[in-house]
Design a protein around this ligand. Structure first.
Ligand code: ADP
Ligand code: ADP
Length: 235
C-alpha cells in the first residue's frame, strides 16, 4: 500500500467569500521507497500538501491515508501520535535545539516519545552519524557547526527512528551549492540504500533532479507527475 494516499482532497483556509482554496480535488499516492520532489510556484499549495500529508493539518473535503490510517478522521491528538510514530521532518531552518549537543538533538525524538534507545537503534544512529560525517561533531552544539553540518544533524534526527516517511521542506534552501549536493546525495542514499520514503518540497530544479519523481503543483492541483526512469529501464 502507498505510504501517503490523497483521495479527492480539497483544503480551504477560511470560509465563505474570503475562503482560499489551497488544494483543489487532489488525488495522488506516494509509494514506499520513493524520493518525491514537490515543486511549483510560490502560493501553489506545496506547503499545504506537505502539512496535510504529514498529519499537521486537517482537510476540508476528501480522504488522506498515511500508512493506511485515515488522517481525515483523526483528532488532533491522534494526528500528533501519528506524526511522532511515523513521520520525520527536515526543515529549511534546521530547527535544532541550540542548548543541546548534536547527539542530544538526534536522540530528542526518542526522548520526547518516551522511548529508550535499544542497542540496535544506537548502532543505527552511529551508522547514520558515520555516513553523514558527524562522528567527530556529536558533542558540538548547533552554534559550533556549519550550516551543512546542522542540516546533516537534522537529517540524522529525521532518519533515526526509521519513520515511514520523511518530509523535507526546502532542505537545501539555506545551503551553498556544494553542501546542498552533499545533503541531496545523502537523501538519495537514504532512499536508495535504506528504502526510506522521502517527500521534499523544493524550488530548485537541481534538487529535484535527485528525486525519483517530481510532482508539480499549480493552483492547488497536480499539474505534472514525472517519474525518472530507473537505470535498469534505460537501454
Ligand atoms: P506554497 O507552499 O506553494 O507557497 P501554500 O500551501 O503555502 O503554497 O499556500 C497555498 C495558498 O493557501 C496560498 O494562496 C496561501 O496564501 C494560502 N494559505 C496558506 N496558508 C494559509 C493560512 N494559514 N491561512 C490562509 N491562507 C493560507
Ligand atoms: P552516483 O555516484 O551513483 O551517481 P550520486 O549520489 O552522486 O550517485 O548521485 C545520485 C543521483 O543524483 C544520480 O543518479 C544523479 O542523477 C543525481 N546527481 C548527482 N549529482 C548531481 C548534480 N550535480 N546535479 C544534478 N543531479 C545530480
Amino acid at each position: 500500500p502507498p505510504i501517503v494516499s490523497f483521495r479527492s482532497v480539497t483544503k480551504e483556509y477560511g470560509t465563505g467569500a474570503g475562503a482560499v482554496r489551497a488544494l483543489d480535488d487532489v488525488t495522488v499516492d506516494i509509494r514506499a521507497g520513493e524520493f518525491t520532489a514537490i515543486m511549483g510556484p510560490s502560493g501553489s499549495g506545496k506547503s499545504t500538501f506537505m502539512n496535510v500529508a504529514a498529519g499537521l493539518d486537517d482537510v476540508t473535503r476528501g480522504e488522506v491515508l498515511v500508512t493506511g490510517q485515515p488522517v481525515h478522521r483523526m483528532t488532533d491528538q491522534q494526528r500528533t501520535l501519528l506524526r511522532r510514530d511515523r513521520v520525520g521532518f527536515v526543515f529549511q531552518a534546521f530547527n535544532l535545539v541550540p542548548t543541546l549537543s548534536a547527539a542530544e538533538n538526534i536522540e530528542l525524538p526518542f526522548e520526547l516519545a518516551g522511548r529508550t534507545l535499544d542497542g540496535e537503534t544506537r548502532r543505527w544512529i552511529e551508522h547514520l552519524s558515520t555516513v553523514l560525517g558527524l562522528r567527530d561533531r556529536l558533542g558540538h552544539h548547533p552554534a559550533q557547526l556549519s550550516g551543512g553540518q546542522q542540516q546533516r544533524v537534522a537529517i540524522a534526527r529525521a532518519l533515526a527512528s526509521r519513520p515511514a516517511i520523511v518530509f523535507a521542506d526546502e532542505p537545501t534552501g539555506n545551503l551553498d551549492t556544494r553542501t546542498s549536493r552533499e545533503v541531496l546525495t545523502l537523501l538519495r542514499t537514504a532512499c536508495g540504500e535504506y528504502g526510506q520514503t522521502i517527500a521534499m518540497v523544493s524550488h530548485d530544479p537541481v534538487a529535484a533532479s535527485y528525486a525519483d519523481r517530481v510532482l508539480v503543483i499549480a493552483d492547488g492541483r497536480i499539474a505534472a507527475d514525472h517519474n525518472r526512469l530507473a537505470p535498469q529501464d534505460i537501454s
